[in-house]
Structure formats: structure tokens, C-alpha cells
Design a protein around this ligand. Structure first.
Ligand SMILES: [Zn+2]
Length: 310
């Protein structure tokens, strides 16, 4: 079977080393407009890049945030895979590889294989016409550990005709802890055009949407849309999680205000708010995820259950 080759193009990758004020965001890249449109991608969508290293090909996903009209093959990369790029096997002094329209490979047979191959895999559980609740973990696998388990926990503890699940799992390369660098796309940038399963549940918004995340800070922050705040839902979830932690002997701090800018889940562009009217974003420290992932998910399920069963 010959691929028609329209899904990718040969590129030359360069790290964006312009002064910080002009520099692309870490997960953004700049590419030639005609080339991107030829592979049927558009600005603000994700592409996959691939280049050779001594240890084999390395892949990562980027958001195309800016176009240029210079050399057709030039792709300027934000710094998220700076280290990996240093290992690129150069040809004619340049890092040459591919820009690929599909961010996920097609022949993956489940999570085990995705893990073995250090790949990215997307899952969707969605039955019938559910528009009540969608629970998401866009950064599961080794990107933000345990967040996928939490989404699955809620899916297993609420009736499946009222909860849909969308989960992405990204895994590290062998001997490298690089899942975050290679597969993380910030929640406000995630394009349904680049995640085929996510795309199938776009349409009328769900009544509720909940996103599980992990971060490097040492506390938990509950954020969400204005509709969730006005409804009291953010506060309710915060109290439920705090009580669950106390009951388990943990004093991890749980906040629902003064969350750091960019992590308070109130941006309408955040994927959780583009999916649901009452969006909730849960940012969690590693200790909370590692030790209390089920307790936290249970607390969230208990708050949301009576609301979706009405
Ligand atoms: Zn995240």
C-alpha cells in the first residue's frame, strides 16, 4: 500500500534562538503556510515532528502558532525538545526530518504497545447521545501520571450513559524521561482537529466537563469556568477533596482561589471549557496523585453524581 504522501513533508528543524521577547512559546512552532496547508493542517492545530538521532527517530507534537513565507522546509521550534534536538543526526549541517499531519500513529495495538514504543495514544468512551458529563485526562500516561486513572475511576463509578471519557496517554522513550517534553500540549491549545477521537464528541456542549491534571507545585488547585464558579461547583469540589484528604490523614493544601495564572481553568479556550458549560479543572501535585488518586476521584464523583442523575 502506497501512502499518497500528502500527510507529511520533509522539513529542516531549527531551535528558536531569537531574543526571549520575540521567541515562540515552548510548545509552539513556526512553519511555512503553504506546506502546512498542503498536509491539510491549519494555524493553531497540532502537528507531529520526527527527526533522526543515534538512538533512532524521535517524535514530538507541536502547535503551529505562526506561519512564515521563507524556505518551504524551514520549521522553527519552541524550546520544549531542546535537549532531544541536540542529538539530531545532521545531514549537510541541518536537522532534517518530517512534519506529519497525524499526531498519532495508526498501528498501535493498545496502551502496552504505546508504552513500549514511547508513543501517544488516544481513548474515547462515549455512548449514545450523552451530553451530561465528560471527564478528560489530556495528559495521561507518563505526561502527568495518575490523571488517566482518575478519569477512568469516575467512568467506572458513574453510569456510562451519563459520563463520557476522553483520555490521551503519552509515554517516554526508552531510558529517557521525555514524555512531557514530547507529548504535552497545554490545555488552551489542544485542537480537536488534531485529536480524531476528541473531534467526534464536539458539538453541543456537555452540561459538565471535568479535567484531571498534574503539576509540579505542592498543592491542589480547583479551577473552572465562570458558570462553574457561579454555580458553587468549584467550591463544592474543593471541599469534597479537602475532606477526603483529611480523612486519609493528608494535609495537602486545596485551593480554589489565587491559583497561578494559566492554571485556574477559566480560559474559554481551555479544552475543558470548550467541551462543557460547567467546566472544572483539577491541578494536582505529585503526592496527591500518587497516594490519593482514587480518593480524590471518588470525592469528585460523589459531588457530580446527584447533579447528573437529576
Ligand atoms: Zn495537564
Amino acid at each position: 500500500m502506497m501512502s499518497n504522501n500528502q500527510g507529511s513533508y520533509s522539513a529542516r528543524f531549527e531551535l528558536d534562538t531569537r531574543p526571549p521577547s520575540d521567541r515562540l512559546a515552548r510548545e509552539h512552532c513556526m512553519a511555512n503556510r503553504v506546506q502546512i496547508e498542503k498536509i491539510d493542517r491549519h494555524r493553531d492545530e497540532q502537528v507531529r515532528i520526527e527527526f533522526p538521532t543515534a538512538k533512532g527517530a524521535i517524535s514530538a507534537i507541536y502547535t503551529v502558532s505562526v506561519f512564515h513565507n521563507d524556505d518551504a522546509d524551514l520549521v522553527l521550534l519552541g524550546r520544549k525538545i531542546e535537549n532531544e534536538l541536540q542529538n539530531c543526526q545532521l545531514s549537510n549541517n541541518a536537522c532534517k526530518g518530517e512534519v506529519i499531519a497525524q499526531i498519532m500513529i495508526e498501528d498501535l495495538d493498545g496502551d502496552k504497545e504505546a508504552e513500549k514504543r514511547g508513543e501517544l495514544i488516544e481513548h474515547l468512551d462515549h455512548y449514545g447521545q450523552n451530553r451530561k458529563l465528560v471527564v478528560i485526562a489530556p495528559h495521561g500516561g507518563e505526561i502527568e501520571k495518575w490523571t488517566d486513572n482518575q478519569a477512568e475511576y469516575i467512568g467506572n463509578h458513574l453510569s456510562s450513559d451519563r459520563v463520557s471519557l476522553w483520555i490521551c496517554k503519552g509515554f517516554s522513550s526508552k531510558d529517557d524521561d521525555d514524555a512531557f517534553e514530547r507529548w504535552h500540549i497545554t490545555a488552551t491549545d489542544i485542537s480537536e482537529k488534531s485529536f480524531p477521537k476528541l473531534n467526534t464528541i464536539f458539538g453541543p456542549k456537555f452540561e459538565y466537563s471535568i479535567a484531571f491534571h498534574g503539576w509540579g507545585k505542592d498543592f491542589i488547585c480547583i479551577g473552572g469556568s465562570t458558570a462553574s464558579a457561579n454555580d458553587g461547583l468549584i467550591g463544592e469540589i474543593k471541599d469534597a477533596i479537602k475532606n477526603a484528604l483529611i480523612a486519609n490523614g493528608s494535609n495537602i493544601d486545596v485551593k480554589d482561589s489565587d491559583c497561578p495564572e494559566g492554571f485556574n481553568g477559566n480560559n474559554p479556550k481551555n479544552i475543558v471549557n470548550r467541551l462543557g458549560i460547567k467546566g472544572i479543572q483539577i491541578e494536582q501535585c505529585m503526592e496527591a496523585r500518587e497516594k490519593y488518586h482514587d480518593d480524590i476521584a471518588q470525592a469528585v464523583a460523589d459531588v457530580i453524581r446527584p447533579r447528573i442523575n437529576m
